[in-house]
Design a protein around this ligand. Sequence first.
Ligand code: ATP
Ligand code: MG
Length: 376
Amino acid sequence: MKNPFTLGLASDEKFCNRKKEIKELKTFIKNSQNVVIYSPRRYGKTSLIKKILKDINKENKNFITIYADLFPISSYQDLVEILSKAVIEGIGREINKSFIKKIQNLFKSIVPSFTIKPDGSFSISFSYNPNIPIETLLSDIFEGLNNYITSKKLEVVVVLDEFQEITTLPEAHKIEGIIRSYIQNHQNISYFFVGSRRRLLLDMFTDKNKPFYKSSFLYELKKIPENEFVRCIIKNFEKTGKICAEAIARKIYNLVEGYPYYVQKFSSISWDLTNKKVTEKTVLQALEILINIEKADFENVWINLNYSEKALLKAIVKFGGSQIFSKDFIQKSGLSIGGIQKAVKSLLEKDIIEQTQNKTYRLTDPVMKLWLLREI
Ligand SMILES: Nc1ncnc2c1ncn2[C@@H]1O[C@H](COP(=O)(O)OP(=O)(O)OP(=O)(O)O)[C@@H](O)[C@H]1O
Ligand SMILES: [Mg+2]
């Protein structure tokens, strides 16, 4: 039997719950509203979005779904290429000869060309005059798409995953301004801006001086609730001929604080170590393995922190983060108030810590916390 847990995207039978989120996000799409979806890394944003897009493609023939991952962009040319490709793939669903005819006049200055591969599939590349300004290229993509769907009476959802990466381009402000001007005029397009660098992304949408200010709903993706995830864990063991008692599944969930990526990875390691029935001992062994696997990543983060950041993290892990400006905490951490303030700001920016509803600070990554506890 194959391990039923996934470290990649959760899709099909590996996708667990999120019923409420699916319903809410589909409503935004139906109303052509724009939404920012944010969460820490590896909470399941991309899995959720891809599941929704797949559903919509199945359920509604008048809907086009467009998905672009902006993570790899390092120039505006990359952006143009990725967006053009995503639009064409979204419109095409399947790329074939009749489709190529259909999209011939989609763009004015960007020229797509298709190559037929030996297996019959197509690959797309793009060319355009390098003197054409970025405004014209983006207009080609956004207005091209809008004109296409207007003429065909279609609706669209456009997902821009890792959208905050736009801010790394030298032309960021200009590009943001251009995109903003289009999204507010597109009546039948719902734009989803997705990202895990929360500070950067939220700054783009909540800073009065930035083009996207107040342009979209803010939607925080939370963890998958315990009962739901526990049920999925038990089921995954069951269908592969193994047994995981409810109490053990809860233990797995809670030891990594319900963090979706770690719940999967932890379950996966536990499954590998189990012959028939998961025991408490197996789970603890699996946790050790998990921490050891992740260690290299945490060490990498750690060596890039300054003295105050390290001291603050250690103190939060040791003494809890509910009273970090109290006399007691200041004394125990060995930092000054100013030192703590500065460290809090930079650790929040790097998403290494987060603030909970009751104003407590904690490490964003629960396994990093376990690692740090072990180290100090
Ligand atoms: N609905 C789900 N059911 C089961 N597992 C899930 C679900 N959503 C996410 N996961 C697990 O969490 C991990 C991260 O998922 P995903 O890549 O979708 O998250 P993300 O928020 O897009 O991450 P990143 O910030 O790195 O882009 C996956 O390995 C997957 O196993
Ligand atoms: Mg993602």
